[in-house]
Design a protein around this ligand. Structure first.
Ligand code: NAD
Length: 250
């Protein structure tokens, strides 16, 4: 199904994990994809893999916590492929694991910059580009922690709740401009973000939080993301969609 043919996509954090799966699936369905990431070597590898399977992609370096870099990266997408139709604001970090009282101001600001301010900077640039060609759709990668709390993650939980709120606010402002904005809330997903050296005990503890009995996979989150980006979701905006193996049902 090449339903994204002719469309240009911008995906942040696309060099790894969920973002990589989103970039690959978008390319498979015909989009021209800009793989934006802090890690250029890894981003170039994702681009090479997409091209090797017949897709179109280009890599761009960005620190999503820096507004000027985000503007340049979105401009790169428009300069390279001529327009912007879909965007996935996915780059994020886990941040330091500590209770609120043990969170330093530096640790707090880092997580809020990369996980929350980034989404404001990104949507601002993406919406400006999309308005020039009649609209588009945006998915913000939130988390189950966009509505639930979690131990030792005050900045991450606050940032993701903020992303869910910002999604609703932007969706209302641009609903009549043909720009849809939604959020995805993954449960715990098997990606490098979770930490490669997690103990077996900690890993089985995480799995048991999900009634499905396992962690999610990047491709499962990408499937929801592509549905929301696609024209099949034309009446869906401002909403938050879990891909959480039943986590929130408990
Ligand atoms: P990941 O670590 O596999 O990939 C994240 C990518 O973002 C990496 O390529 C990294 O280089 C990039 N990145 C980090 N900081 C950046 C910055 N400042 N500028 C540009 N790029 C940057 O992580 P993932 O698990 O695929 O996470 C992707 C998103 O999904 C994040 O927003 C994360 O919070 C969210 N999420 C992940 C899980 C999970 O369990 N893995 C659960 C819920 C939500």
């Amino acid at each position: 199904n090449k339903d994204f043919a002719g469309k240009v996509a911008f995906v942040t954090g696309a060099a790894s994990g969920i973002g990589e799966a989103v970039a690959r699936q978008l390319a498979e369905r015909g989009a021209k994809v800009v793989v934006a990431d802090l890690k250029m070597d890894a981003a170039e590898k994702v681009v090479a893999a997409i091209k090797a399977s017949g897709g179109e992609a280009a890599a761009v370096s960005v620190d999503v916590g820096q507004a000027d870099q985000v503007d340049s990266a979105v401009q790169f997408a428009v300069d390279t492929f001529g327009r912007l139709d879909v965007a996935v604001n996915n780059a994020g970090i886990g941040g330091k694991a500590a209770a609120l009282g043990d969170y330093s101001l530096d640790d707090w600001h880092k997580v809020i910059d990369v996980n929350l301010h980034s989404v404001f900077y990104s949507m601002k640039a993406e919406i400006a580009a999309m308005l020039k060609t009649g609209g588009g759709s945006i998915v913000n990668m939130a988390s189950i922690l966009g509505t639930n709390g979690f131990a030792s993650a005050p900045a991450y939980v606050a940032a993701k709740h903020g992303v869910v709120g910002m999604t609703k606010a932007a969706a209302i402002d641009y609903a009549q401009k043909n720009i849809r904005v939604t959020a995805v809330g993954p449960g715990f997903i098997e990606t490098p973000l979770l930490g490669a050296n997690m103990s077996e005990e900690a890993m089985s503890g995480l799995k048991s939080l999900h009634p499905i009995g396992r962690l999610g996979k990047p491709d499962e989150v990408a499937a929801m993301t592509l549905f929301l980006l696609s024209d099949a979701a034309s009446n869906i905006t401002g909403s938050y969609h879990l891909v959480d193996g039943g986590y929130a049902a408990q």
